[in-house]
Design a binder for this molecule. Structure first.
Ligand SMILES: Cc1cc2nc3c(=O)[nH]c(=O)nc-3n(C[C@H](O)[C@H](O)[C@H](O)COP(=O)(O)OP(=O)(O)OC[C@H]3O[C@@H](n4cnc5c(N)ncnc54)[C@H](O)[C@@H]3O)c2cc1C
Length: 255
């Protein structure tokens, strides 16, 4: 884990005042980063907001890392106004990251909204993946599709308002897909998104005897396992999302 001042290469607005993609030049973090890990950013040098904000590593290109974020409050609002060439105080890479799948498995990626961020990075390390399922409230929340092109995979979309893909939830897509995967190979699901979506994904995975890894986006305070502020209940006692996670085997979590 490192603390660096990273230069902003780009802070691109993908959807007006909502989604942004931030590229940071930080060779040491780029070198160490693994899919599923996150960085903890200070959005400015002022007293407010005092706490850092956690963001998954969305991709790595040579010396740069990218994060994909949604403006949801004061911290991300400030971050969205930071400009090219300014410096950001970054701690990372943090957390355990995704356990990469065995070659003899079928990998399904399930993303909800900005949860697609960490799965894009994971897809850079996969040899193959039969399906990527992406869901959001509307077509404006469907991001990152271009990042999966390399895998030549089937991308299925769902939106709650029906403005793109199938009307409904991304877990409906998963429910439909799993029984059609007639394969002797075991299935591994990687999921990132809102807690409700992850809970439902875990249930469906269990029903189909698929291994399922979920990346939790609980509130994180210190980011290094000291404050216990992000503890979640698991079958092995309380675990810290920032240090023991953010990726967990879905069967371990007490939902
Ligand atoms: C390990 C991890 C990885 C994450 N990766 C990403 C990412 O790649 N892209 C991204 O857009 N966001 C990600 N998040 C969520 C992101 O950290 C929060 O959205 C951000 O901290 C909000 O800061 P804020 O000051 O703008 O909002 P606040 O003023 O703190 O909160 C505003 C609103 O955002 C919601 N919110 C705050 N924190 C979270 C959270 N952790 N999860 C869900 N909702 C939250 C609150 O419910 C509130 O309604 C991640 C969170 C974790 C723990």
């Amino acid at each position: 884990m490192l603390q660096v001042k990273a230069r902003i290469i780009e802070n691109k607005e993908l959807l007006p005042e909502t989604y942004y993609r931030l590229s940071l030049k930080t060779p040491p973090i780029a070198r160490l980063a693994k899919p599923g890990q996150f960085v903890h950013l200070r959005v400015n040098e002022k007293i407010f907001p005092l706490l850092r904000r956690p963001f998954s590593i969305h991709s790595v290109h040579k010396e740069n890392i990218q994060i994909l974020y949604k403006v949801t409050g004061a911290g991300t609002g400030i971050l969205s106004r930071r400009k090219k060439d300014e410096l950001l105080d970054v701690i990372g890479p943090l957390g355990n990251g995704y356990r990469l799948p065995d070659k003899r498995t079928k990998v399904i990626l399930v993303a909800g909204g900005a949860g697609v961020a960490s799965l894009c990075f994971l897809s850079q390390r996969l040899a193959s993946c039969p399906a990527v399922l992406i869901g959001g409230r509307s077509k404006r929340d469907i991001l990152g599709r271009d990042k999966f092109k390399r895998l030549k995979t089937k991308i299925k979309i769902s939106t709650e308002d029906g403005s793109l893909g199938k009307k409904g939830l991304v877990t409906d897509l998963l429910q439909e897909l799993l029984p059609t995967l007639h394969s002797p190979l075991p299935t591994v699901i990687y999921a990132c998104g809102p807690m409700k979506m992850l809970k439902e994904t875990a249930k469906i995975a269990e029903r189909h005897r698929a291994l399922c890894y979920v990346s939790l986006e609980e509130f994180i305070v210190c980011g290094v396992g000291a404050c216990q502020g992000c503890a979640v209940r698991t079958k092995n006692g309380y675990k810290r999302v920032c240090k023991d996670g953010p990726v967990f085997d879905s069967k371990e979590i007490i939902w």
